[in-house]
Design a protein around this ligand. Structure first.
Ligand code: NDP
Ligand code: GDR
Length: 372
């Protein structure tokens, strides 16, 4: 039997990297769409690199962009994929308030461009399309837990763009009999998570504070609650969603919700630091209550977390908690990680990363600054 061929947009992102690894391990030929950037930007998939000059290469990258339909048509025509995973997106909710038009173009119309390319190229019966939909669609709480039947009420330009992506996917399925489906994925994180999403910002900041490389983490809304899972588990679900007989949409979630504040507590707990939160709203801070790990000596009473309203969103999504019943019963999907295991893995990875940075600093090399 010939190899299955998959095309992944957003291959350089967190999910793109884990999905590429998964599909290669299943014997797929994988094609990824990568944007041109002034630096390589392939860090997350460098360990999967195959020299394109060799024979039998099973991972190939193509330059492309979701805002360029001619480019997408050409790539899809060339690759003739059995499965397309549309993961590319301007995926940062807060940034979408700054770049609403671009976000609508890439995340909303970008989805249409993929679907329409498949239709134009006569691939409707051959190519299955997975659309990276999101729990952000639920937005303002209508009911909890949120399931496939919960009404949507998007609260950001990102979520509104993704709402279009969701419905145009449903429409192509119903109008043309295409295998086009939505995975409504709740937040999923990993050591590969982008540095400005809250979990990674916290684990990086905690590691740096523990190693004496940073004083404080500034955060926004500490009361927001999210249903956090591990990206590795979630890409498995994406694959399963495309292997079903009938094309259907699925919620992928753990069913457990946690505040940002508790995520902070758990992260500091991993390096033996107990925190005390004092004050409310904009005045809230966290100070070190005790420090039990001799490797990480942080002064008792030191203020290590503070709220900065700069990180508040004009409209916020306060509570997300998913109902994974359908995916568990129909797909047989079950996450291997719980939140404690996720936080542990992220903290271990960031402590290792910043131990290296510390060595560089101590050897006289400047360490990078991060803007966010
Ligand atoms: P990332 O931000 O890590 O990755 C996004 C990817 O999309 C990157 O490869 C990025 O390229 C690429 N990209 C952005 N804009 C374009 C464009 N115009 N054309 C081509 N490629 C583009 O996101 P995740 O991996 O976390 O998420 C994957 C998808 O799943 C996204 O669509 C996201 O909205 C959605 N999602 C994510 C969830 C999560 O919790 N992680 C939950 C639910 C949905 P570059 O590297 O060049 O920036
Ligand atoms: P989210 O993720 O908006 O849920 O979107 P993010 O980690 O950015 O925010 C989660 C919650 O934390 C609050 N928060 C902060 N967020 C950031 N980024 N920085 C802060 O300093 C901070 N302080 C508090 C936020 O207000 C929010 O309530 C992610 C993305 O991956 C989307 O692409 C995806 O669709 C959804 O998850 C599901």
């Amino acid at each position: 039997m010939s190899k299955k061929v998959a095309l992944i947009t957003g291959v350089t992102g967190q999910d793109g990297a884990y999905l590429t690894e998964l599909l290669l391990s299943k014997g797929y030929e994988v094609h990824g769409v990568k944007r041109r950037s002034s630096l390589f930007n392939t860090d997350r998939i460098d360990h999967l690199y195959q020299d394109p000059h060799e024979k039998g290469v099973t991972l190939k990258l193509h330059y492309g962009d979701l805002t360029d339909s001619t480019n997408l048509i050409r790539i899809i025509q060339e690759v003739q994929p059995d499965e397309i995973y549309n993961l590319a997106a301007m995926s940062h909710v807060h940034v979408s308030f700054e770049t609403p038009e671009y976000t609508a173009n890439a995340d909303g119309i970008g989805t249409l461009r993929i679907l329409e390319a498949v239709r134009l190229l006569g691939l409707i019966k051959k190519t299955k399309v997975y659309q990276a939909s999101t729990s952000e669609l639920y937005g303002l709480v209508q009911e909890v837990p949120q399931s496939e039947r919960t009404p949507f009420y998007p609260r950001s330009p990102y979520a509104v763009a993704k709402l279009y992506g969701y419905w145009i996917t449903v429409n192509y399925r119903e109008a043309y009999g295409m295998y086009a489906v939505n995975g409504i994925l709740f937040n999923h994180e990993s050591p590969l998570r982008g540095e400005t999403f809250v979990t990674r910002k916290i684990t990086r900041g905690t590691a740096k504070i523990a190693l004496g490389l940073q004083d404080k983490i500034y955060l926004g809304n500490l009361d927001a609650r999210r249903d956090w899972g591990h990206a590795k588990d979630y890409v498995e679900a994406m694959w399963l969603i495309l292997q079903q007989e009938k094309p259907e949409d699925y919620v992928i979630a753990t069913g457990v919700t946690t505040t940002v504040r508790d995520f902070v507590r758990m992260s500091f707990g991993e390096v033996g630091i107990e925190l005390e939160f004092i004050g409310t709203a904009e005045k809230e801070v966290a100070v070190v209550k005790s420090c039990s790990n001799p490797d990480f000596q942080v002064e008792i009473g030191k203020e290590v977390v503070a709220v900065d309203p700069r990180y508040y969103r004009p409209t916020e999504v306060e509570l997300l908690i998913g109902d994974p019943t359908k995916s568990q019963t129909q797909l047989g999907w079950k996450p291997k990680y719980d939140l404690a295991a996720l936080v542990k893995e992220m903290m271990e990875s960031d402590v290792n990363l910043f131990r290296k940075e510390k060595l560089l600093k101590e050897s006289g090399f400047a360490i990078k600054n991060q803007y966010e």
